[in-house]
Design a protein around this ligand. Structure first.
Ligand SMILES: *[C@@H]1O[C@H](CO)[C@@H](O)[C@H](O)[C@H]1NC(C)=O
Ligand SMILES: *[C@@H]1O[C@H](CO)[C@@H](O)[C@H](O)[C@H]1NC(C)=O
Ligand SMILES: *[C@@H]1O[C@H](CO)[C@@H](O)[C@H](O)[C@H]1NC(C)=O
Ligand SMILES: *[C@@H]1O[C@H](CO)[C@@H](O)[C@H](O)[C@H]1NC(C)=O
Length: 457
């Protein structure tokens, strides 16, 4: 039963529907939100699946949820309108911000007035509103559509209206309904903040070819924890016997070939699975299982540490070889290194490491043969492994470090230039960077999210 859908804008869309009989989600498990950072038009796509139990059970929650659903269904009518026009108006964003500020002020007043009676409830409400505030800049960032903004604005005005009513007539209000409304607003806004939440890989689109340069094997990357203004690109051609890292100020400079700095590392690298994280390069030192942390700013090695038992020098490379034994990676949850050991029979081992000291924090042994892995990357604590570096490669295996479980999956991607020697997830860009046979390409990804909303009230 598809109940509801979609608030759409050129940059943000939200699809809400309930799936009564088919999904088994506990009432506590919150909303499930499918989202991709962007679709072809640059929109943030979210699909919210309402929790089943609350929707279908006959308890008090079902009434609230029906209202919620009805509300959103009402909103879906504005979608048609939203779809028709693409006007953007930042004044609406500003007004919305003022509305929110006004609403908060109102909450404070009410809280003062009614301290003894309903202070606790209002404290909760106020906190929810406070949580909404950080969303304002995100909304701006997404350049939200004027009509959508005005809708939120109206909703907030309605909330304000209810609050005014409360001020006038103590006791005669439906606190529950009010609270639900705030929660709804909160969860809708939150729902589309795909960039802030984690999820499971659903789809890989692209690639977009950024540049054609270098040899068949190499690495290139951006820094996932740099500020959004810092878009430096690093470029490391070749998989062995080299120390030269090129830096570009921007992606455009990278495309045009305007190098801003060239670094000569103290040690040569091996493989192509290097990363830049918070201004430092992490890479596998030549003919060893040592990981090196090199600071671009100081030009010095800040840490280096051997990865115990890790095979190196083509003992356990990815399918394409190239001394790709040791793969350093980062995701939303931190820094990881993927390798194989004799102890684990050459199967993939995952260790979470401390980005400062390179100490191993935790280790997981999988049963996937490293030599049969095309490449791998980590998203939200789950390792995804492709089955080949050649045409027809797909993401074939996923290992969740959260519950130490694995599953075989089948997520195809377009290996446009037939040979992949690097595939690396960048959490800031929500994208996979790849070295595709002398082409530097980017894939977009779609994630399935579970967003926790506290829908007890
Ligand atoms: C949905 O719209 C109808 C008609 O405009 C209105 O009567 C109803 O109260 C709305 N539902 C919610 C939950 O706002
Ligand atoms: C706001 O309230 C008005 C009047 O009660 C109603 O028609 C409108 O649908 C509400 N808007 C939203 C977004 O809830
Ligand atoms: C990925 O998304 C970005 C932003 O919308 C877009 O510019 C880019 O073309 C997309 N790339 C691919 C490979 O789809
Ligand atoms: C990045 O490095 C700076 C100092 O060099 C530190 O303050 C900050 O916490 C680091 N950020 C992350 C995400 O590690």
């Amino acid at each position: 039963m598809r109940l509801l859908l979609s608030v759409l804008s050129p940059v943000l869309s939200l699809t809400i529907f309930g799936l009564c009989p088919t999904l088994t989600i506990g009432p506590k498990e919150g909303w499930q939100v499918y989202s991709s950072a962007q679709d072809a038009d640059g929109r943030c796509i979210c699909t919210v699946v309402a929790p089943e139990q609350s929707l279908c059970s006959r308890d008090a929650k079902s009434r609230q949820l029906r209202q919620l659903l009805e509300k959103v269904q009402n909103m879906s009518q504005s979608i048609e309108v939203l779809n028709l026009r693409t006007q953007r108006d930042f004044q609406y964003v500003m007004k919305m911000e003022n509305q929110m500020k006004g609403l908060r002020t109102k909450f404070r007043q009410i809280e003062d007035d009614r301290k003894s009676i309903i202070a606790r409830n209002f404290q909760e409400l106020k906190e929810t509103m406070d949580e909404l505030n950080p969303l304002i800049p995100v909304l701006e960032q997404y350049k939200m559509d004027a009509a959508l903004i005005s809708h939120f604005k109206e909703e907030i005005r309605n909330l304000s209206g209810v609050l005014t009513g409360i001020q006038e007539e103590l006791g005669a209000f439906d606190y529950d309904e009010l609270y639900q409304r705030v929660l709804r607003l909160d969860s809708r806004l939150r729902g589309c903040m795909g960039k802030l939440t984690c999820g499971k890989l659903m789809k890989i689109t692209g690639p977009a070819t950024i540049k054609t340069s270098g040899t068949r094997f190499g690495a290139w990357m951006t820094d996932p924890v740099a500020s959004t203004r810092n878009n430096r690109v690093w470029y490391m051609d070749g998989y062995t016997n080299s120390k030269i890292v090129r830096e570009y100020k921007t992606m455009d400079d990278f495309v045009s070939g305007a190098v801003s700095r060239t670094y000569s590392l103290p040690f040569k690298w091996e493989g192509t699975n290097h990363i830049v994280y918070n201004g430092s390069l992490y890479y596998n030192k030549y003919q060893s299982n040592i990981i090196v942390k090199y600071s671009f700013e100081s030009g010095s090695v800040l840490a280096q540490r051997a990865l115990e038992f890790a095979g190196f020098y083509n003992m356990y490379p990815y399918t394409w070889g190239g001394y790709s034994d040791i793969d350093v990676m980062t995701d939303e949850l931190g820094m990881w290194v993927v390798y194989a050991t004799n102890q684990n029979a050459g199967n993939v081992v995952i260790s979470q490491i401390d980005p400062d000291t390179l100490h191993v924090l935790n280790t997981w042994n999988t049963e996937y043969s490293k030599r049969n892995a095309g490449e791998s990357f980590m998203i939200c604590g789950t390792l995804y492994i492709s089955n080949s570096h050649l045409s027809g490669a797909k993401i074939y295996y996923a290992y969740s470090t959260k519950d130490s479980s694995y599953e075989y999956i089948d997520i195809p991607f377009h290996n446009q230039y037939f040979h992949i020697s690097m595939l690396s997830y960048n959490a800031r860009e929500r994208a996979l960077y790849a070295w595709n046979n002398g082409h530097q390409v980017i894939f977009n990804i779609t994630l399935f999210h579970v967003i926790k909303t506290d829908d007890d009230s």
